[in-house]
Design a protein around this ligand. Structure first.
Ligand code: AHG
Ligand code: MN
Ligand code: MN
Length: 334
């Protein structure tokens, strides 16, 4: 059984046999994400030095071109996963189309596709606020031996085999699930090792935090407006506290630990919502359910939505189970 202070490397080996498919490929995939996360973490931590090492578009002292951090993160995750003969395709927020990856024997033998938001909350970088990486993993549905197709990526979230995020915060953490609970690992930056710090993470069933961009309030559907008013009413354990970082990963992470609800509804200006189903909402919904929480678009379970396009947006309500159910009730009754 998993023990606190175990390294992520040890944890992956120890738990490999509990994966549904035990060929070891998924373990190697998580390992490659672990590696890319460390490299990106190093770069994110230097973001404040931009005046010293050169701004985006300039050439730094080593003669390297400075890239925007989301482009940098995108390239690092893609490079790391491409080289390891595990992944047959990647879809990213930073790429218009999916990327097809051939195996080294050029026979399309790799089985997994990854969908990724390489840097989430990137507008927070310049102000020293936490950002993250979100990833989602599926087995391909088209036959091994052929190039990947769009249908390998347009799978319902309930088919995910793994999902997780990295939060580059006051500490850097990697939090992931392979369908057997959620575990969180904290990076010791001095030696570059992730340690199991948060075994078996669970959303409290009830919480007292609501996270929503209230600047959009007047554009929200009536059900959301009513729910926000409910959060603010004085009764029982209410009013709730409002906390909104504007970095989905960070808002989710805090709510999972403390108990809370995150809402990004559709609005009269954003008819589908803002967040992306495939590489933001699906992985977070899988994590939420694995941690005894819930994720919905207001009416439907996120993981049951059939995607129709790569960069599809969806309204997103996620967090402590009873809070999400209450918000759904307000949506139904509006
Ligand atoms: P990204 O940086 O990957 O584009 O994602 C930003 C997302 C999400 O992290 C955050 O919760 C949300 O956008 C914030 O949006 P608003 O600024 O509209 O509140
Ligand atoms: Mn994002
Ligand atoms: Mn992003």
């Amino acid at each position: 059984m998993s023990k606190k202070n175990q390294t992520l490397g040890e944890f992956i080996i120890e738990n490999q046999s509990s994966f549904k498919y035990t060929s070891g490929e998924l373990s190697r995939l998580i390992n490659s994400i672990r590696l890319a996360a460390k490299v990106v973490n190093h770069e994110v931590n230097k973001a404040g030095l931009v005046d010293i090492i050169g701004a985006v578009g300039e050439t730094n002292v080593q003669g390297e071109d400075q890239q925007k951090l989301d482009v940098y993160a995108n390239n690092k995750f893609i490079q790391t996963m491409t080289k390891r003969n595990i992944v047959c395709g990647i879809a990213s927020e930073e790429e218009d189309d999916f990327i097809s990856i051939n195996s080294q024997d050029e026979n399309h033998q790799n089985k997994y596709v990854v969908l990724i938001d390489p840097l989430d909350g990137s507008s927070n970088i310049d102000v020293n606020v936490s950002v993250g990486t979100i990833f989602s993993v599926f087995r391909r549905v088209t036959p091994v031996g052929t190039p990947v197709k769009i249908e390998d990526f347009l799978q319902k979230g309930n088919q995910q085999v793994a999902a997780g995020y990295v939060v580059y915060g006051t500490s850097t953490m990697l939090v992931y699930t392979t369908g057997d609970g959620v575990n969180g690992f904290t990076l010791n930056p001095a030696i570059g090792t992730f340690y199991l710090s948060h075994p078996d993470m669970q959303f409290p069933e009830n919480g007292q935090i609501y996270s929503v961009n209230e600047g959009n309030y007047i554009h929200f559907p009536q059900g959301i407006k009513n729910y926000i008013k409910y959060c603010q009413q004085e009764e029982g354990d209410r009013p709730y506290t409002s906390r909104y970082i504007g970095s989905l990963v960070s808002d989710f992470h805090r709510n999972m630990i403390k108990g809370g609800i995150y809402l990004y509804p559709k609005s009269s200006t954003n008819s589908e919502g803002k967040l992306r189903l495939l590489y933001e909402c699906n992985p977070m919904a899988f994590l939420a359910e694995q941690a005894n929480g819930k994720a919905s678009d207001g009416f439907t379970r996120i993981l049951d939505i059939q995607p129709t396009e790569l960069h599809q947006r969806v309204p997103f309500i996620c967090g402590s189970k009873n809070m999400v159910e209450k918000a759904e009730e307000f949506m139904r009754n509006a």
